[in-house]
Design a protein around this ligand. Structure first.
Ligand SMILES: C[S@@+](CC[C@H](N)C(=O)[O-])C[C@H]1O[C@@H](n2cnc3c(N)ncnc32)[C@H](O)[C@@H]1O
Length: 231
């Protein structure tokens, strides 16, 4: 099942919502704080959140002073529960072909959604076009050492980019593996200057408080990148 339909599958969604409610994922301890520390100050910025899900990041950015935030997601179920804020609006769309006007946005963010997108280069090219000169693209994805194995398991098949099938609440969840080098090179090819590349790990204290995080001290579960478009 591809990312654009996955989050409307009732079995998957029930599992995913339980994971988020019980805080058993990576979001609360790792991804959310890392993203918050990485994106620029949003006061006065026009922002787009790609794969916004239930809109938590979009609302936080509006509360942080963004003048407008557009949350984009393919899932009707996720958007139906998305948080309301006077400066946040949502659009249901597939990132495979979603588009905006040139130079209309100051910051594009995305949390844990872009590993569902097959044509990363096509999307990066459109993001570069939407951004004003000096605009920011800040995103997190599952780390390539996690997406790499063709059959879920220890690191293997790293150089073999392309789709991977995983069992995550349902069978056949499709994610796309890209090497770190290819991800960064794609950004540079589309006119981005890299600002930061991060691989956050849980601290020992976090593992003591949340033992399910232990495996993530052995290899990074997440990759975060911030880049600025230069032209
Ligand atoms: C792991 S969730 C993350 C949601 C949110 N960004 C967060 O951090 O809480 C991934 C989101 O990406 C969305 N998504 C996956 N593939 C997509 C696509 N092709 N187009 C639009 N949204 C997509 C899903 O519907 C889902 O809401």
């Amino acid at each position: 099942m591809r990312g654009d339909e996955l989050y409307d599958d009732p079995v998957f969604l029930a599992g995913y919502r339980e994971l988020r409610r019980d805080k058993r994922g990576l979001n609360d301890e790792l991804e959310i704080p890392a993203m918050a520390a990485l994106h620029p100050a949003v006061d006065g910025l026009r922002v787009v959140d790609l794969g916004c899900g239930e809109g938590d990041l979009a609302v936080r950015l509006a509360e942080g002073g963004a003048v407008e935030v557009l949350g984009v997601d393919a899932s009707a179920a996720m958007l139906a529960r998305a948080g309301a804020h006077p400066r946040v609006r949502y659009e249901r769309a597939d990132l495979a072909d979603f588009d905006l006007s040139s130079a209309s946005v100051d910051l594009v963010v995305s949390s844990l959604a872009l590993h569902y997108v097959e044509d990363f280069g096509g999307l990066v090219g459109r993001v570069a076009d939407w951004l004003v000169a000096g605009g920011w693209f800040v995103f997190s994805v599952e780390h390539p050492v996690v997406t790499a194995p063709l059959v879920e398991g220890p690191l293997d098949d790293y150089a073999d980019e392309g789709p991977r099938q995983r069992t995550w609440f349902v069978d056949g969840v499709v994610k796309y593996h890209r090497t770190l080098g290819a991800t960064l090179a794609t950004l540079q090819q589309h006119g981005f200057s890299l600002h930061a590349v991060q691989e956050p790990l849980p601290t020992e204290a976090q593992v003591a408080a949340h033992p399910h995080l232990a495996i993530h001290r052995r290899r990074p579960p997440l990759l975060l990148v911030s880049a600025q478009v230069v032209r």
